[in-house]
Design a protein. Structure first.
Length: 245
């Protein structure tokens, strides 16, 4: 699927927002491209799939799709067999019905669990008087929205992590090109150097680093980013250097 900017197309220009590729007959044995999840959309035992996928671009160096720093697509699919059975006819027939079907067991309990850390989470309180100018929804509908947000947070967070990993890899690659054969600088050293000598390139590097930190640090980069940006790596070198001497 290729997504383009319709406003630019009307002006005679083509601006590609991103590309997504999701194989229908996928699974763990098939590697997905561009941050797409490895799921089998034709699995009869799991006919409903609800996931997020980052918009990607083609990288000529890697010859593969690379997730964009921003932009994602929400995809929901339903696999229906060619010959339905009595059991399949009792299942929901649309995406909204499947989402309600999957949330029934969670909503029956007095408490729900956080989908990431499995911690007990209180159900969201409901006060129809807080809604101004709208017809207040039923308590069950508001509770369903709250549980649905919790249940759908994991696929969305996984999608954002793919974007962050790609953005940090691109930033590290840009730093390696600018530094050349010189010794690698930590993020704190680079930040001080860019701020001391302001120009277009350094200002762009400062903005890009601040934007990456604002969007979040993926788990694969935290062991490098946080020691560098907090100068903990320099403190460790000083400490071990003194003790070794």
């Amino acid at each position: 699927i290729e997504l383009n900017n319709k406003t630019y197309e009307q002006m005679g220009h083509i601006e590609q927002l991103g590309v997504v590729q999701v194989p229908v007959f996928g699974g763990p044995h098939i590697s997905a491209r561009g941050g797409a999840p490895s799921v089998d959309l034709s699995d009869v035992s799991k006919p409903f799939n609800n996931f997020w996928i980052p918009l990607s671009r083609y990288d000529p160096k890697l010859k593969d799709l690379v997730p964009n720093p921003c932009g994602e697509l929400h995809i929901m699919t339903i696999w229906k067999p060619q010959q339905e059975t009595a059991a399949s006819r009792r299942l929901p027939q649309n995406a909204r019905g499947w989402m309600a079907y999957n949330l029934k067991g969670v909503m029956r309990g007095m408490a729900i669990q956080d989908p990431i850390y499995q911690l007990q989470t209180c159900k969201q309180s409901y006060d129809p008087n807080l809604l101004d100018g709208e017809q207040p929804a039923k308590p069950a509908e508001e509770l369903a929205k709250h549980v649905q947000k919790l249940a759908g947070s994991v696929p969305y967070i996984e999608c954002c992590v793919q974007q962050e990993i790609s953005a940090w890899a691109g930033f590290r690659g840009r730093l390696a090109q600018l530094q050349g054969d010189g010794p690698p600088m930590s993020l704190s050293e680079g930040r001080d150097s860019w701020a001391a000598t302001p120009n277009k390139i350094n200002s762009d590097l400062l903005w890009q680093l601040d934007e990456l930190l604002r969007r979040g640090v993926p788990p694969t980069e935290r062991h490098r980013v946080w020691p560098e940006i907090t100068r903990a790596d320099a403190a460790q070198k000083m400490y071990f250097g003194k003790n070794s001497g």
